[in-house]
Write a protein that binds this ligand. Structure first.
Ligand code: NAI
Length: 495
């Protein structure tokens, strides 16, 4: 804690660099800046205590400062051990009007290269508001009272939501189950954190769960977890699925990946992509962006899919659709984008060509069997540089694994660029305002934002790009049965 601001970041001395990049990013994030203007002096998030778990990048810094500009108090952690940009984290702690000696910003618990223990410690700190000093800022009204506990969660991948739910569940049971020997390390570390937490305070997570008005979830994988909780009747508070706003998943997941996938491969390896055979596993929104990204560089892209509809889309887009086993011997690059587990196994990796690049761009690292790779008899791991490892098999051939199988666009590069994240994060801000101010109108279910708001986000970004929208005449609007001001499509329209 310094000047009343609690934090755990790599180096506050990086704040000035972070601030410069935040300033440039603000211009590229017209949606967030429009929301700041729209809500100036209104402070719809006054009284909100938002605990956020989302990659601590420059773009996220603009999101955080937008939430603060709308009146919220915020605490933040990253949702991945490799994705933090340390200068962005420092700048958020220092704030636009503070100095490293006298920070005046937002508590952040995130640095690039956390251990799993660090990760869950940061997530817990981000959700723990007791003893927190007041935040100061030029736009923040100073009449807010300090209360313990968050009342909103902003999540990416669902780890913060899971911590609250599992914590409350084990508190009710009075015991934290022991991990299985074969459980992933992540789960073992998670359970040991909960065990310590239960010993120190046996009601912490139930209290936090009861205080939360809602969660807004950023990504496909987190949304899946929310629907599972809701179906089991276990969701403790209402949720907004931000991912399935059209201006999120059809833009960030696709065009964001189209930008940041090759960025990660280039920064990690600097291998020429043109002419190489690249396999993309999964042809959903992320897979479509990934395939285009690689094809744009001249790679020969092959798709693997389980869903015949997405497989047919891939074929129509001109990509051969194969099983992984049939292309392993040719692949120079293998990327997973499925949101599923066990997609590329150690046995697959053992059969790849020398120096095949292997990476994942789905939310969790279990798409690649890194645990199996580490256990492979006679395997050797050599770190070339942070987030780039060469794994050599006993027969002498090796593969290059990016970011230990975690999201490589954030581990090896800097994630999606500002403009596309402005779309995603505008939906996040709108969803936070909606659930914070109208939580009584929602049940403990998963909701999506109305199409009208989706269209509003899109309109801001079309205009920022200098696009000219055609206006419907009243006659035309009646003919296609929509309102002149929208929404322009039915709910079942698929874009
Ligand atoms: P999606 O559901 O649209 O696409 C996933 C596709 O993978 C589906 O078409 C599915 O049929 C296919 N699939 C499932 N199992 C498979 C298997 N064993 N082999 C081949 N294909 C398989 O999901 P979306 O939105 O594309 O997201 C994918 C993952 O990427 C999620 O984990 C999501 O959270 C994450 N994500 C990552 C981002 C990043 O910046 N790295 C950005 C946005 C999402």
């Amino acid at each position: 804690t310094r000047n009343g601001v609690e934090f755990a970041v790599a180096d506050l001395g990086l704040a000035e660099f972070g601030r410069k990049e935040i300033r440039l990013a603000e211009h590229e994030m017209p949606g967030l800046m429009a929301l700041r203007r729209e809500y100036a002096e209104v402070f719809p998030l006054r009284g909100a205590r938002i605990s956020g778990s989302l990659h601590m990048t420059v773009q996220t810094a603009v999101l955080i400062e937008t939430l603060v500009a709308l009146g919220a108090q915020v605490r933040w952690a990253s949702c991945n051990i490799f994705s933090t940009q340390d200068h962005a984290a420092a700048a958020v702690v220092v704030g636009p009007h503070g100095t490293p000696e006298q920070p005046r910003g937002v508590p952040v618990f995130a640095w690039k290269g956390e251990s799993l223990e660090d990760y869950w410690w940061c997530t817990e700190r981000m959700l723990t508001w007791d003893g927190e000093g007041p935040q100061a800022g030029p736009t923040v009204p100073d009449d807010r009272t300090l209360q313990a506990g968050p009342n909103m969660i902003l999540d990416d991948g669902g780890d913060a939501t899971m911590l609250v739910h599992k914590g409350a569940e084990y508190e009710r049971a009075g015991v934290v189950p022991s991990a299985d020997e074969n459980d992933p390390d992540e789960w073992k570390v998670f359970l040991s954190l909960l065990r310590a937490s239960l010993a120190a305070d046996s009601g912490k997570w139930s209290r936090i769960g009861a205080g939360i008005r809602g969660v807004t979830e950023e990504t496909t994988t987190g949304v899946l977890r929310l629907y599972q909780l809701a179906a089991a009747g276990e969701l403790l508070f209402p949720a907004i699925n931000v991912n399935d706003s059209v201006t999120k998943s059809k833009f960030d997941n696709k065009y964001g990946i189209r930008h940041s996938l090759i960025d990660g491969i280039n920064r990690g390896t600097d291998v020429l992509i043109g002419g190489k055979v690249a396999v993309v596993c999964g042809y959903g929104d992320v897979g479509k962006g990934a395939a285009e990204s690689l094809r744009g560089q001249g790679a020969r892209v092959v798709i693997t899919e389980i869903d015949p509809i997405c497989a047919l889309q891939a074929a129509m887009d001109g990509y051969p659709v194969k099983r992984l086993e049939s292309v392993l011997g040719e692949a120079d690059i293998v990327i997973t984008a499925t949101g599923n587990k066990d997609v590329v196994m150690a046995e697959h990796m053992a059969r790849m060509k020398h120096q095949t690049i292997v990476g994942n761009i789905g939310h969790f690292d279990n798409e690649l069997d890194i645990a199996g790779l580490a256990r492979y008899p006679g395997i050797r791991r050599e770190t070339i540089k942070p987030q780039v490892d060469e794994w050599t098999f006993p027969d002498g051939h090796s593969i290059i694994v990016l970011s230990e199988g975690r999201l490589l666009n954030l581990g090896n590069a800097t994630g999606h660029p500002s403009f596309v994240m402005s779309n995603s994060f505008s939906n996040q801000v709108i969803a936070q305002v909606e659930l914070f101010t109208k939580h009584e109108e929602y049940d403990n279910e998963v909701y999506r934002l109305p199409k009208k708001l989706d269209e509003k986000v899109a309109r801001i970004h079309v205009e920022a790009l200098g696009g000219e929208l055609t206006k419907l005449s009243k006659d035309q609007a009646e003919y296609i049965d929509v309102d002149v001001e929208g929404p322009f499509k039915s709910e079942h329209y698929r874009y």
